[in-house]
Design a protein around this ligand. Sequence first.
Ligand SMILES: [Zn+2]
Length: 90
Amino acid sequence: MSRTVLRYVDWRIVPDDDESTPPITFQMECVACAILYGAYDAKALSPASEDFADVQDWALRHSGRNPEHTAFREQVHRYWKTYTVGGSSC
Ligand SMILES: [Zn+2]
């Protein structure tokens, strides 16, 4: 006869603030270019930057070169980590 042990565990998620964790960065995605070329095409994405003003400038320059491209999606790259708390067996 086999025996099964179940363990219920609660999980938490918090920002990963370890010194080795990359900094929070921002990117801007042009919605029109994402539709034309795909969401991850280099033409649709600004370079990643820790300074949000950099990606806003990219969006403004992009609209200046492509006046019909006026919608953008912000992307924030932030690392998170999970851990278990407590737990019980039954
Ligand atoms: Zn575009």
